[in-house]
Design a protein around this ligand. Structure first.
Ligand SMILES: Nc1ncnc2c1ncn2[C@@H]1O[C@H](COP(=O)(O)OP(=O)(O)OP(=O)(O)O)[C@@H](O)[C@H]1O
Ligand SMILES: [Mg+2]
Length: 253
């Protein structure tokens, strides 16, 4: 299980999650406590996705059903090989989700899971999904403001996650960036974070392309092999390489 989160702004966390799930044949779980976008964006014609299943379905099934069966029943097929558990529509639903159980379900599935917890802080109810993740992935754009915010966010969040999981998590920042600047800006972020107290647990930055046409295609479930999907394939490989090998299953799961 890998878990993506953002700080302020909308850097493209959900879009990054969907593109990674598409290239990896994974299940994307839109576990944003503030409510989801996928049911609306993954329209079939003018209709949103059917009202069920959503994250609420997964939360209900998780009480009685195995992780694989829960995620299969609570998800929609998207594209050729990915599945999506869309977030619920309204933030009011957060109180009816057992986030700890959801985290246990997502982390024990045999299929790879990509989780999007949206804007995260140590007060987020979705914290268990960060604590149980093989990789914790802050998604950001390449601005100095975003670099500073991610540094400060990690400094607050990582000790809380480390407490919950009894050890520091592995972190891979994910930049949403124009491909021609990706290498140098990723190196800038690596240098910047290396000089902070979070440095030791932060792996090299991965990136996916800023590609508006690619993002629009993605939400029409037409993942053409443009910059977004190409970079998502490379990012997935980089994430696999950064995932700790000493978990009970090899690689990211
Ligand atoms: N890689 C990308 N290239 C171009 N546009 C993108 C990319 N990712 C996201 N966008 C656009 O940016 C907007 C926000 O994207 P998205 O919903 O993925 O962000 P988010 O961080 O999940 O936001 P929120 O905080 O609202 O959940 C959308 O209009 C989306 O199409
Ligand atoms: Mg989002």
């Amino acid at each position: 299980m890998i878990t993506l989160f953002s700080d302020k702004g909308s850097p493209g966390c959900t879009t990054a999650g969907l593109s990674l799930a598409m290239v990896a044949g994974a299940i994307l779980i839109e576990a944003d406590p503030f409510g989801g976008d996928l049911a609306y964006r993954l329209r079939r014609g003018r209709q949103p996705l059917p009202e069920t299943p959503t994250l609420l379905t997964a939360a209900a099934l998780a009480r009685t059903t195995t992780p694989d069966e829960t995620l299969l029943q609570a998800s929609h097929a998207v594209g050729e090989q990915a599945r999506v558990v869309p977030g619920y529509g309204f933030a009011e639903h957060a109180a009816s989700v057992d986030w700890q159980r959801l985290a246990s379900t997502a982390s024990h599935a045999t299929v790879p899971t990509v989780v999007d917890v949206g804007r995260a802080s140590s007060a987020s109810p979705a914290l268990p999904l960060l604590a149980d993740a093989d990789l914790v992935i802050p998604v950001l754009r390449p601005t100095m403001e975003a670099f500073l915010r991610v540094r400060d966010r990690l400094q607050r969040l990582l000790p809380v996650i480390a407490d919950l999981r009894s050890g520091p998590p592995s972190v891979v920042p994910l930049l949403v960036v124009q491909p021609r600047h990706a290498r140098s800006l990723a190196a800038d972020l690596d240098d910047f974070l290396a000089s902070t107290s979070s440095g030791p647990v932060v792996h090299p930055t991965a990136w996916i392309a800023e590609d508006a046409a690619g993002a629009a295609d993605l939400y029409r479930s037409q993942a053409r092999r443009g910059p977004l999907m190409k970079s998502a394939g490379q990012a997935w490989a980089a994430l696999q390489a950064s995932a700790p090998a000493d978990r009970d299953q090899a690689g990211v799961s």
